[in-house]
Write a protein that binds this ligand. Structure first.
Ligand code: GLC
Length: 679
């Protein structure tokens, strides 16, 4: 079928034929999940569904569990793979599942910056850094839309907390907005061209996102060239006329009897120009027309599960590995004590609109037994998952049983996690600690007289404090919330079938109080001030020269890499060309994530010591070296000048750092950048 309605008619032609009431119907949804049909004009309804890491097609009432679908790794995990091609593959699989379930738009990816570790939806977001988050979110959009299914990047913008999310005003200066919180969406819109952008619930400097004309029209459309549909977050619109005037095309779900009446009256009394309504309706109709290129597909559950496993394994971060405690080798006589309820009941996604009904869930304990057939595996739950009085009473017994199970083992695998319901839409966390029952047990297990090595495995969707307990571990694996195949991915990494290559997309601080946003989160009395400005995440920790537990970009491998031969040259247009060589000097093949940071050594504004500008995940066999090339543009090196209302590249000296993390810089060089065009 052609991408027009009635044969040959374009969206605007179709709109020209519609009555006011038909147009008003089209700028509201038909119900929780569908756009409105206008059969007499040949315009059908299309369906939208969550979510960012798997399809949640709702067969019936709102917030009921969705139809079964593949639960891929959440963004908290994918953010750690630093591999746009892999994220694009996951996006394409998500899009294929939408085709199989006749869904036209997937409500994802989430592209908000992780401003504080406490944000309850951080598991749905990629990173504290806009370069990494933007590239991965764009890859996800690309993948989804390669299936002629629309992606809906969300929540635009500055939705970085759940506390008071329907009303809170994010107060931030334009430089912080532009350089950090908008730049992720700008990268996604300009490189991946999402069909839909979802406006956020919150205000930005006092104006709700859903009625913020500066945001939705002047920036998103006029500056960035966005030509798709702006859709509201669910139930956020309180004034449909104001939202239309700001550039919000589709209210979801429809506020029947109020929004339709208000728009009809506004058109009749001239307070809203019909042309504004026509533009919005044309964009909704264009979404319907472009959805017609989508073809049905069969769900390949086995292939998608295998992809989910590969993506989860690539996202696992080896934080620590003393004395080569890992990988485990499958030897007869090896006794492995697996301690922790999460080894039996894995934690693989968060709570809320993104929740997927998985087609299958790999159990870590079973997968580890499968990967170590010659070993003896002992299991003990170790700690309660709940915190009722009965749970507290059971904790002592469970701990004693775990200690007995660990006696005489060659290695102890302790599986930690945030209790169910810890990472939830609508709710922020109040601390970043694991339950004491888990960390107390760890200390007791590590105190065994045989000094049996303890490997800690974490399942959590946002940063937790490791500094109070990781000293008594030999190795730590951060698995994040890694989807239905997390169990098999973990077994693959623990046993070396997969060489870990995940890198932190979010700094792990020594304590929550060190976080740059700490004193300004989650705000009060309806306001949250982004007092740290651009110094979010590693930008802030570095500017304050603060010690941290594990830095942004950190992650170990079972092999070692060497960096050499850095070259940096200017391109005469204010940008840089950077090359270096990386070699695998260890004994096994593996991926390295080569990270390029740049710092402006002297500037009229306060700038972070270094900011990620590019990265490359490469695979090297032992003994192999490869040259890597990066391009950095003048815009990449610029800052936003509020006084001049534009991006500014100040000529002068910059420092180029290439390394294995933001604090493991292997190569560095200063370079002077002249005024663009002056050399
Ligand atoms: C929720 C979420 C949004 C989701 C939508 C539909 O409130 O904020 O991410 O896509 O409603 O479930």
């Amino acid at each position: 079928m052609t991408s027009t309605g009635m044969i040959g008619l374009s969206a605007s032609d179709l709109v020209a034929q519609l009555s006011i009431s038909q147009k008003v119907a089209l700028c509201l949804g038909a119900d929780n999940w569908r756009t409105a049909p206008v059969p007499e004009a040949g315009i059908e309804s299309v369906m939208v569904s969550d979510g960012p890491h798997g399809l949640r097609k709702q067969p019936g009432e709102f917030l009921a569990p969705g139809l079964p679908a593949t639960c891929f790794p959440t963004a908290s995990a994918l953010g750690s793979c630093w591999d746009a091609a892999l994220v694009r593959e996951v996006g394409a699989a998500l899009g294929a599942e939408a085709r199989a379930q006749d869904v036209a738009v997937i409500l994802g990816p989430g592209a908000n910056i992780k401003r504080s570790p406490l944000c309850g939806r951080n598991f749905e977001y990629f990173s504290e850094d806009p370069c990494l988050a933007g590239q991965l979110a764009a890859a996800m959009v690309d993948g989804i839309q390669s299936q002629h299914v629309g992606a809906c990047v969300k929540h635009f913008a500055a939705n970085n907390q759940e506390t008071d999310r329907l009303r809170v005003s994010a107060e931030l200066d334009e430089r912080t907005l532009r350089e950090i919180y908008l730049s992720v969406f700008e990268r996604v819109v300009s490189t991946a061209r999402p069909w839909v952008v979802m406006s956020a619930y919150n205000k930005i400097n006092g104006e709700y996102a859903w009625r913020n004309r500066w945001l939705l029209t002047e920036v998103l459309r006029d500056e960035w060239g966005f030509d798709g549909v702006v859709m509201s977050d669910w139930g956020s619109v309180q004034d449909r006329v104001a939202a239309l005037a700001a550039g919000l095309d589709l209210e979801m779900p429809p506020n029947f009897g109020i929004s339709d009446r208000a728009v009809t009256e506004a058109i009749a009394n001239g307070t809203l120009a019909e042309s504004v309504l026509d533009e919005a309706v044309a964009r909704v109709v264009r979404l319907v027309l472009r959805s017609r290129d989508r073809r049905p597909a069969e769900l390949d559950a086995a292939a998608h599960h295998a992809l989910a496993r590969r993506a989860a394994a690539a996202s696992i971060v080896l934080l620590k590995n003393d004395a080569g405690a890992l990988p485990l080798s499958d030897e007869p006589g090896l006794t492995v004590a697996v301690i922790g309820e999460f080894a039996r009941r894995p934690s693989y996604q968060g709570v809320g609109s993104s929740a997927v009904t998985p087609l299958h869930v790999d159990v870590p304990l079973d997968e580890l037994a499968r990967a170590l057939p010659s070993a003896t595996i002992r299991f003990s739950p170790g700690y309660p998952l709940g915190h009722s009085e009965a749970d507290k009473e059971a904790a002592g017994t469970l701990a004693d049983e775990a200690l007995r199970a660990a006696e005489g083992a060659d290695v102890i695998i302790m599986v930690f996690g945030l209790p169910p319901g810890s990472e939830v839409e609508h709710i922020d966390r109040s601390h970043i600690d694991l339950p004491a029952a888990q960390t107390d047990l760890l200390r007791r297990l590590a105190g065994n007289e045989n000094a049996t090595p303890v490997v800690a495995v974490l399942f959590n969707g946002s940063v937790i404090r490791t500094s109070t307990w990781d000293d008594c571990t030999s190795a730590v694996l951060e698995c994040w919330l890694a989807g239905q195949a997390a169990g098999s991915a973990l077994a693959d990494v623990l046993t070396g079938i997969v060489n870990p290559s995940g890198r932190l997309a979010e700094t792990i601080p020594l304590r929550l109080e060190d976080a740059p946003s700490y004193l300004n989160f989650p705000g009060e009395e309806g306001h949250v001030r982004y007092g740290e400005g651009v110094f979010v995440g590693y930008r802030g920790y570095d500017a304050a020269a603060r010690s941290i537990a594990y830095p942004f970009g950190h992650g170990l491998s079972y092999t070692q890499f060497e960096y050499r031969g850095l070259t940096v040259s200017t391109d005469g247009a204010g940008g840089l060309a950077v090359t270096c060589t990386v070699a695998n000097i260890g004994g096994r093949a593996g991926h390295e994530v080569v990270q390029l940071y740049v710092g402006d050594l002297k500037s009229r504004v306060r700038r972070p010591p270094r900011e990620l500008k590019a990265f490359s995940r490469i695979y090297l066999e032992p003994g192999i070296a490869r040259e890597i090339s990066f391009t950095v543009t003048a815009r990449d090196l610029s800052y936003w000048s509020p006084s001049r209302g534009r991006w500014v590249l100040e000529p002068g000296e910059f420092r180029v750092d290439v390394g294995a993390s933001s604090r493991d810089i292997r190569l560095a060089q200063h370079i002077t950048i002249e005024s663009p065009g002056s050399s």
